[in-house]
Ligand binder design. Structure first.
Ligand SMILES: [Mg+2]
Length: 209
């Protein structure tokens, strides 16, 4: 893959753990919802999970915390977000991997997470990246082929000069691959499917294949 100029990373589940998202979606929001409707926490949590599933991750609203706070009349999301921010952390290998790739490739983040969350989630590793692209905030769409094409255009590279890695088989592997990006599926569960990475330490050697 000597043509690779840009390495693009998904954020949640790839560079940073899902702990922040889990705290906000599965703890803080259900707690507010339970309080508002006089429900037990667990009952509220199950009800919220059903509501998330009804919308589903193929629709842009699913990613928008303000949409949910408005829909459920939960007030201002700011304080709940603040309370969960300290949960954000990188996976253990991330700093070493990014340090090793630095100077060899331009590095960017391509995520479906809203940009205000990304700014917090990536705060410790932000200097490694030339750009942070949020499909939902900057392009008002989920991670579709047009999103990846727009990134290539903005970076002035061909899709074949980009490698992307992420933990969603659909959004980080099949879709970027459709437009000719060299995509790597990250399966941290260890149930490695053929060709999948189990952590990011395996990425650099795969880029040199
Ligand atoms: Mg992800």
């Amino acid at each position: 893959m000597s043509r690779i100029k840009v390495v693009s990373f998904d954020a949640e589940g790839t560079l940073v753990t899902p702990d922040f998202s889990e705290a906000i979606w599965q703890e803080a929001m259900p707690a507010l919802y339970a309080q508002k409707h006089g429900l037990e926490f667990e009952q509220a949590r199950r009800s919220m999970i059903d509501k998330y599933a009804e919308v589903g991750d193929q629709k842009i609203e699913w990613y928008n915390i303000r949409y949910w706070f408005d829909l459920l009349a939960l007030g201002d999301p700011g304080p709940a977000i603040e309370r969960c921010l300290d949960k954000a952390s990188c996976y253990p290998e991330v700093n070493e991997v990014l340090s090793s790739l630095k100077g060899k490739y331009q590095m960017v983040v391509s995520s479906g997470t809203p940009i205000d969350f990304l700014n917090h989630l990536l705060r410790d590793i932000d200097p490694f990246f030339s750009h942070v692209f949020s499909s939902t905030s900057h392009y008002q769409q989920i991670k579709c082929p047009e999103f990846y094409l727009a990134i290539c255009q903005q970076l002035k590279v061909e899709p074949g000069e980009v490698a992307h890695v992420g933990d969603s088989r659909q959004f980080d592997f099949l879709i970027p691959q459709q437009i000719g990006i060299n995509a790597f599926y990250l399966d941290r569960s260890g149930k490695e499917r053929e060709g999948a990475l189990v952590n990011l330490s395996q990425l650099e050697s795969r880029l040199q294949d």
